[in-house]
Ligand binder design. Structure first.
Ligand code: FRU
Length: 500
């Protein structure tokens, strides 16, 4: 065992200087030290208070990235769903806005997407401006209680003021339910080749595709699923992406799965294939995981990112339904993952979807008003490691005896995270019951690990995003020190950046 930096023993909370408080407006994710709640992250999106789950309706318009989210403003556990709302010009610093969509006579507002109707195909535009259209599931509680099967339907709403206020379409629902109990989470895209809108949503154990000329009249097109699957699918996404090397276009179908993710509980998966405007053509047996950690669910991507930008950007809910409602935060529950860009990259086993934190994210986090502290802050930092393929075990710890481990096991050729001793865990027997692992996809002799720690979470992007693991934890006090328990003989890079 080797202590890397004796300076870590400084209690970092005391090292924090006052000038940090200069940037405490609502428009920043930065939070003044004295106002900080236990486990509240510094640079991840969290709701101001109360319950949040899936990211919804992500769309870019007129310089703003919109993030709507499943929100219950009256409690810290799941309840009647609204769409919360925030906007950002850089995907890191968010401005909280009033609730966008409230439950109504048709039901609660479940997950969905948003698009800009540039050509006003819906006729819902005003004054020559394109409407922003939200497409979501209405979930009718009475129908559910009465044990009907048709209580989830797809509806739309439109906004003429950049998503600030919304009107529900008077002809809702736009897709009614033929009698399928789980029938939800519409994601809509504009399909250039057929000049039609395409909706994909989850229907129990498969994805359903519909098409429309105008976002209002929808026609069933096809289903995609795995023969004999008994797992619940949720929050699908569909998009084209160019391979990083040959620039050939492939289509990705993302779907979140409610059980049996690689390390237990809920997780986000994807298929690679083609899409002809009506059908997703891919091998249902080749289902891959976007993230091997326990805490990246309902990951979906932004609509309407300008062509000149070209990135495929997305974000996930950083929790797991196995314990999301029990985690020990007091005034709010759940954070989103870091915003990520997706890349279809060649591996020894063919193409896989790599996830990377968005470019320059560290600069975006480090707002100018922040004063840098010279000692390393393990609870709020980025680590870049590159080393010769051999065991590595990096430990974050504090003086309450909490330890979080992350590393690489050369014998098994796996990355791992270990939160079994990382702090509070008695809220759920599913939380700290085992070490989590993820296969290494690349074969090079040099292993790269880029890791983001933010108070209560760790995101690993290994080998340029080939293997990702997102993990949350709840230490009894912030991690204040790190050590390498197992150290490779050759470390080429070990760079830490404080993100506060
Ligand atoms: C996924 C999910 C969605 C649903 C929403 C309800 O986490 O179960 O399928 O629309 O959450 O809040």
């Amino acid at each position: 065992m080797k202590n890397l930096y004796p300076l870590f023993f400084i209690l970092l909370l005391f090292a924090c200087t006052n000038s940090d408080t200069a940037n405490t407006t609502e428009t920043s994710t930065y939070i003044a030290e004295e106002a900080r709640e236990a486990h509240r992250p510094y640079f991840h999106f969290t709701p101001p208070s109360k319950w949040m789950n899936d990211p919804n309706g992500m769309v870019y318009y007129d310089g703003e990235y919109h993030l709507f989210y499943q929100y219950y403003p009256d409690s810290t556990v799941w309840g009647p769903m609204h769409w919360g709302h925030a906007v950002s010009t850089d995907l890191v610093n968010w401005e909280h806005l009033p609730i966008a969509l409230y439950p109504d006579s048709l039901g609660l507002i479940f997950s969905g997407s948003a698009v800009m109707d540039w050509k006003n195909t819906s006729g819902l535009g005003k004054d020559g401006e394109p409407p922003m259209i939200a497409i979501f599931t209405h979930h009718n509680m009475e129908g559910e209680k009465a044990k009907r099967l048709d209580f989830q339907v797809q509806s739309i709403a439109y906004s003429h003021d950049k998503g600030r206020t919304w009107t529900k379409y008077k002809g809702n629902p736009v897709i009614s339910n033929p009698g399928i109990k789980d029938f939800r989470d519409p994601k809509v895209i504009w399909h250039e080749a057929t000049q039609k809108w395409v909706m994909v949503f989850a229907a129990y154990d498969k994805a359903k595709f519909y098409t429309s000329p105008n976002l209002i009249d929808w026609t069933f097109a096809s289903d995609f699923g795995i023969e004999g699957d008994t797992r619940l699918w949720e929050c699908p996404d569909l998009f084209p992406i160019k391979t990083e090397d040959t620039k050939e276009t492939k289509w990705i179908l993302i779907t979140s799965i409610q059980k049996e993710a690689p390390n237990g509980g809920t997780g986000t998966s994807y298929f690679i294939g083609d899409f002809d405007g009506e059908r997703f053509i891919g091998n249902p047996e080749e289902q891959y995981w976007l993230d091997y950690g326990t805490d990246n669910y309902a990951f979906v991507t932004w609509s309407d990112i300008p062509k000149s930008d070209g990135r495929r950007l997305g974000i996930g809910w950083m929790s797991n339904w196995q314990y999301a409602q029990q985690v020990p935060t007091e005034n709010w529950r759940s954070a989103m993952t870091l915003p990520r860009s997706l890349h279809l990259t060649n591996t020894p086993n063919g193409y896989r979807l790599f996830s990377r934190p968005i470019e320059n994210i560290n600069d975006l986090i480090l707002v100018p008003a922040t004063s840098r502290i010279l000692s390393i802050m393990p609870y709020c930092m980025e680590v870049q490691l590159s080393f010769q393929k051999s065991d590595l075990d990096l430990v974050l710890y504090n003086f309450r005896g909490n330890e979080f481990r992350i590393g690489y096991d050369a014998t098994k050729n796996e990355f791992f995270t270990d939160r079994t001793k990382a702090g509070k865990s008695d809220f759920s027997d599913k939380f700290a019951n085992k070490i989590h692992t993820a296969p290494r996809l690349m074969e090079s002799d040099t292993i790269k690990m880029q890791i983001y720690f933010d108070v209560a979470s760790c995101e690993l992007f290994a080998d340029n995003g080939a293997t990702c693991m997102t993990t949350i934890y709840f230490p009894e006090e912030d991690f204040s020190a790190i050590r390498l328990e197992k150290e490779p003989s050759q470390i080429y890079q070990f760079l830490t950046t404080n993100l506060k």
